[in-house]
Design a protein around this ligand. Sequence first.
Ligand code: AP5
Length: 229
Amino acid sequence: MKLSILGPPGAGKGTQAKKIAKQYGLVHLSTGDLLRAAIRDQTPLGQQAEPFVVSGRLVPDEIMVGVLEEFLRKQMDGAGFVLDGFPRTLPQARALDETGRRLGQELDRVVQLAVADQVSVERIAGRRICPQCGREYHVRFRPPKVAGVCDRDGAELIRRKDDNEAAVRERLAAYHRQDDPLLDYYRKQGLLSEVDAEGDVETVFQRIRTALNGIEAAPRKRGRIATKE
Ligand code: AP5
């Protein structure tokens, strides 16, 4: 199974992609996590991406397409995957199609998590991260046992650098500049499942599972690897 999860910032892409990966035995690629790790380690990719990520702007397509191709090449053993945060633009979607075709790694389904902007903002405002183990919390919806402290390792929880008001506004604007053409692109290919992502985490996950029902039983047979699943 090869999936992409789309949606505005705070829609729950990361939360749901982790659950999907566990449920279906897929590799999870979060381009946001990958960029944040590269920034933390100050790799060449991290240095290029940092000013974009911190201010909430999209990293240029040519950089992200290279990141994606490297990931797909590593998936050539046939393991399925769930992309979280890719593609974000039409050029990225076209590059994913083209590279996917070339490598036998075409998408079976694209899941769009739909939430209102005010829900995105509320979820992002309450998000807290453990700087040591990376575990994510939400002050209201997924609180740690002791406020401000990671349940696993006791580290003090922090906010993401791009979770400040100005960057969130820019991330939402960047999303809305791209979402219509991107969704149309996948709708026309018959790949798009639009899922209501308001409600608690388990309710949304069950909706996604329902949307994926068909492809669990009969994956889209386009690539060499897809026909094996
Ligand atoms: P990325 O890390 O992908 O950020 P984003 O798209 O802004 O999404 P978020 O991580 O904020 O939210 P999410 O939808 O994953 O929600 P989450 O599950 O965390 O990208 C960061 C940056 O990297 C971009 O701005 C850009 O600069 C760059 N970038 C990345 N990919 C790129 C690309 N392809 N091209 C160009 N640039 C790229 O949930 C949020 C919170 O809500 C959590 O606290 C969670 O616990 C809580 N929550 C989740 N679901 C629920 C629920 N159902 N009910 C209640 N609370 C919930």
